[in-house]
Design a protein around this ligand. Structure first.
Ligand code: BTN
Length: 244
């Protein structure tokens, strides 16, 4: 499944580089790892802090046949892959926050950014970018703006290269399987890992805020929120969720 592995000391953003290769038609199966990013990208236009050797920073390029709507649940399936990799190293209390943040002991351990390339109607390329905190300096962490945790605080013995290998194995397996199985094969696993299952949450969609009870995800991976007794669906993209 792995096409090419590039390990860089420093780069602006592994997602940006792999996306360029996808646009040029050469990115399928490309895995890029970097020790440091100078312009790491997070979801919703935020930056992702990636100081030297403080995390696992990787991107994978993958080409799918079919329209982009088939991929709605892929970002959630990617979260399941990461949870599986962490489980191999007995990292405790791993959960997912919709759509795909990885939480550990009630704080954010890793984030996922999917970026798209291609015409998106009958062919779409995806870059799956993952950033996992391994040992983030305390003073840097203060600028993150939400509760965070790093691997060293929960499981200091885990060898970064071994966890990276497990993450790549699980991620590539999901990318390979997803066109056949869709989100259906991951929904139950995702639901078991839901950090906010049944809890009161706030969802931000651009200017609006929605308060309700988290009722899990539907068969396509959309978030189900119960608001005044009615279920409302939220799709990925520019939506963010907070616990209350
Ligand atoms: C988030 O906001 O939670 C998503 C963070 C994704 C960060 C990773 S680090 C590797 C890849 N390259 C980037 O520029 N971003 C992603």
């Amino acid at each position: 499944l792995l096409g090419e592995l590039q390990v860089l000391e420093q780069v602006d953003s592994t997602n940006a580089r792999v996306l360029e290769c996808m646009d040029a038609g050469t990115g399928h199966g490309l895995v890029m790892l970097a020790e440091q990013q100078t312009a790491g990208r997070g979801r919703r236009g935020r930056q992702w802090l990636s100081p030297f050797a403080a995390g696992i920073t990787l991107s994978i390029g993958w080409q799918f046949q079919g329209g982009v709507q088939l991929l709605e649940g892929l970002s959630l399936a990617v979260g399941v892959a990461l949870a599986r990799a962490l489980d191999r190293f007995d990292v405790p209390d791993v959960r997912l926050k919709w759509p795909n943040d990885v939480w550990c002991q009630g704080r954010k351990l890793a984030g996922v950014l999917l970026e798209l390339s291609g015409d998106l109607t009958d062919r779409c390329g995806v870059v799956v970018g993952v950033g996992l905190n391994v040992g983030l300096p305390e003073e840097l962490g203060q600028s993150i703006g939400q509760p965070w945790i790093d691997l060293t605080s929960v499981r200091p013995g885990v060898i970064r290269n071994q966890l990276t290998a497990a993450m790549l194995e699980e991620l590539l397996a999901v990318l390979d399987e997803y066109p056949r199985s869709g989100f259906g094969a991951y929904r139950a696993a995702w639901s078991r890992l839901d950090q906010f299952a049944g809890r009161e949450v706030t969802v931000h969609t651009g200017p609006r805020e929605w308060h309700g009870f988290n009722r899990g995800v539907d068969e396509s991976g959309a978030l189900l929120l119960e608001i005044d007794g009615e279920l409302r669906r939220f799709h990925g993209g520019e939506v963010s969720l907070r616990g209350r």
